[in-house]
Ligand binder design. Structure first.
Ligand code: MG
Length: 371
């Protein structure tokens, strides 16, 4: 494949409800998309989903965007049929530094390759298009009643798996109340984003009493041994997210018994290739796997949904419908029907940004390579 043009397209999106981060409440989010045009005219799309703040892995939206524009794209061999070892080394270095920027570009290439072959991205990644049962994440509210009310509303919309955020001092009561309010058939997962002290693992044993399906990332990312000790102590499955930035970390997590489930986000691990490798490793070792979400627009969402059809995915993904997040998505909206979203059957991602939004005055388009 030879690449003729690369553009970075930034589209402001209005959120349905303000997004609360450590930096405050945000009413909007900018979708940072990568459009790659091959020499045969095939166009592929990727998305850089790095968040506004540094609360997740430290790869923030602005830093990741600059790395994509100034390092990743210039490092690429634009004639990909004629890459030598030096080209590969340079590309590997550029991609390794920031996984979200790497995924933004390499997922656009994966979209092009699947479109050129006339197959869906789901099929290209080892799965098959169809309906995927999806879950929803409910953020922390100021009070328990509001959290409970939102969880109940999401279940009424048809979501059959709800994940809430927990933190020390904001856990036992909220888990009890949410579990009591949710219908019995709705799974409850909890995510601590590393908020707990690994020297006090016993304070998480309360979860076993509430039938919680999964506890995600209780301790800081580097705390593999503490996660392993906790996994031995409680019957609630321990799932790792931030602790698994790459394949090597997945091997360590599995070999030390630190988890029985892994949340695999292609943007966190640097692309679809690494994500499939980690999910396959999990399957080979009897470890569960599922695809997490990062507030993607329809472009990133379509890729994550395609990945979520892989047979190694054992748990419900965090990939909610477009109306959970955005007043208007960049693609045709993904809709929840009977708790499921339909993965596009068309070639590649099966979706593309709405041309009207691309032409909108609020959209910024930067040609980084080509004309
Ligand atoms: Mg998480």
């Amino acid at each position: 494949m030879r690449i003729d043009r690369v553009r970075i397209v930034r589209i402001p999106l209005q959120l349905v409800a303000p997004l609360r981060t450590s930096a405050g409440d945000h009413a909007s989010r900018t979708a940072t998309l990568v459009e790659v045009t091959a020499d045969d005219g095939t166009v592929g799309w990727g998305e850089n989903v790095a968040p506004e703040g540094s609360f997740y892995t430290g790869e923030t939206a602005e830093v990741s965007y600059r790395h994509l524009r100034d390092v990743v794209i210039p490092a690429l061999a634009f004639d990909r049929d004629d890459m030598d070892d030096d080209d590969l080394d340079e590309e590997d270095r550029a991609l390794a530094a920031m996984p979200m920027a790497a995924h933004a570009f390499t997922s656009a290439l994966a979209d092009i390759e699947a479109r050129q072959r006339g197959v869906s991205l789901a099929k290209a990644l080892g799965g098959a298009p169809g309906n995927v049962r999806v879950g929803v994440v409910v953020g922390l509210h100021d009070d328990i009643d509001s959290t409970v009310a939102e969880c109940a509303a999401r279940a009424a919309e048809g979501y059959t798996r709800v994940k809430i955020k927990i933190a020390p001092g904001n856990d036992v009561d909220v888990v009890r109340e949410v579990r009591a309010a949710l219908p019995a058939g709705v799974e409850l997962h909890v995510d601590a984003n590393g908020a707990y002290d690994p020297s006090e693992p016993g304070r998480l044993s309360f979860l076993d009493g509430f039938g919680v399906g999964l506890l995600e990332q209780p301790f800081a990312p580097a705390e593999m041994r503490a996660h392993a000790a906790l996994a031995r102590m409680i019957s609630t499955p321990v799932c790792l997210d931030e602790s698994v930035p790459d394949f090597a970390a997945a091997i360590e997590a599995i070999s030390t018994g630190a988890c029985s489930v892994v949340n695999v986000k292609p943007s966190r691990v640097g692309g679809f290739h690494a994500a499939v490798a980690i999910m396959t490793l999990c399957a080979e070792n009897g470890i569960g796997a599922w695809v997490g979400g990062m507030l993607e627009s329809g472009i990133g969402r379509a890729g994550c949904l395609a990945l979520a059809t892989h047979p190694a995915c054992t748990h419900t993904p965090d990939l909610s419908a477009s109306d959970r997040y955005f007043l208007r998505d960049v693609t045709a909206p993904f809709v929840l029907t009977d708790g499921c979203i339909t993965v596009p059957r068309g070639p590649g991602l099966g979706v593309a940004p709405d041309p009207e939004l691309i032409g909108d005055a609020a959209t910024s388009i930067e040609t980084v390579f080509g004309r």
